[in-house]
Design a protein around this ligand. Structure first.
Ligand SMILES: Nc1ncnc2c1ncn2[C@@H]1O[C@H](COP(=O)(O)OP(=O)(O)OP(=O)(O)O)[C@@H](O)[C@H]1O
Ligand SMILES: [Mg+2]
Length: 266
């Protein structure tokens, strides 16, 4: 089992979109996948067609030790399997706005960085891959996501040259390695909302790769209205526009992530 945290404290860089699309792509290849919504905005839960307000239990109850993960996890319809693959499994540990209060609750708790890790360890054997959608901050929720993970994937929005946040995120990852999770690996960055016609997009990829010494995985995910439309339909771009370039890019990235990890540069 591999647990991947998808993190970047910058908002709107396609963390949620990527977790959803990669999870569906892995399930298309027959994998048993758990999606973890660790964001009080609950965008991932919404995008999976789940109404967070109608839920009795969420990841919030798990973090506060009021419920076990297995009691909260929802079964989603698995996607049509890709040719040559069996039917996969797609589960969701949903979020609600209550999670916004978890930060305060956890503040006084010993071992607060480890609560998600501990909760997930009890269901770990059920899944081939766990994908964690972190919120746009470097607070205790993201630290929980990084502490529970084997590797981090960093979505980069290729529309702005200002990627200083990446340095801050890498500092946080170093802290997590020092204090809670020494084996945490940086799997790489994924270029999102990529417009191959602009020089800027290419510059961003080049700059991040060289300045921070992280691999930008290929292919890049192009900017597409199909991706933007998908969440409001309660599905991922893979179901909404299965033959689109963006869906295909996420499929190729998912196939790479399902391979065993190579030695990484950082
Ligand atoms: N390849 C793409 N092309 C066009 N729009 C995209 C693409 N990827 C994501 N988007 C859109 O960009 C917006 C931000 O994406 P998303 O919600 O996945 O980002 P996020 O990093 O999870 O945001 P937050 O930091 O708020 O959690 C969404 O409206 C999404 O539909
Ligand atoms: Mg999000």
């Amino acid at each position: 089992m591999t647990t991947t945290a998808v993190a970047n404290q910058k908002g709107g860089v396609a963390k949620t979109t990527s977790v959803h699309a990669l999870g569906v792509a892995m399930a298309e290849r027959g994998a048993a996948v758990l999606l973890v919504d660790l964001d009080p905005q609950a965008s991932l839960s919404w995008a999976c067609g789940v109404d967070p307000e109608a839920l009795d239990l969420s990841v919030h109850d798990v973090l506060l030790n009021r419920a076990k993960a297995v009691e909260v996890i929802l079964e989603l319809d698995p996607p049509q399997p890709a040719e040559g693959h069996g039917v996969g499994v797609l589960h969701l540990l949903p979020s609600t706005i209550d999670l916004a209060g978890a930060e305060l609750h956890l503040l006084t708790k010993t071992g607060r960085e480890y609560v998600l890790r501990k909760a997930l360890s009890k269901v770990a054997t059920t899944y081939d891959h766990v994908l964690i959608d972190c919120p746009p901050s470097l607070g205790i929720l993201t630290i929980n996501g990084l502490t529970a993970a084997d590797e981090v994937l960093i979505p980069l929005q290729c529309e702005s040259l200002s990627q200083r946040g990446v340095g801050q995120l890498l500092d946080t990852i170093d802290d997590v390695r020092d204090y809670t999770n020494p084996d945490l690996a940086v799997r790489g960055a994924i270029a999102t909302m990529f417009d191959s016609r602009t020089k800027l997009a290419h510059q961003v990829v080049e700059q991040v790769g060289s300045e921070y010494d992280i691999e930008v995985l290929e292919p890049y995910v192009s900017k597409s209205v199909k991706v933007a439309e998908a969440p409001s339909r309660g599905r991922s771009v893979l179901s909404h526009a299965p033959r689109s370039r963006s869906a295909e890019a996420y499929r190729q990235l998912a196939a790479q992530l399902m391979e065993p990890r190579r030695g990484n540069r950082r």
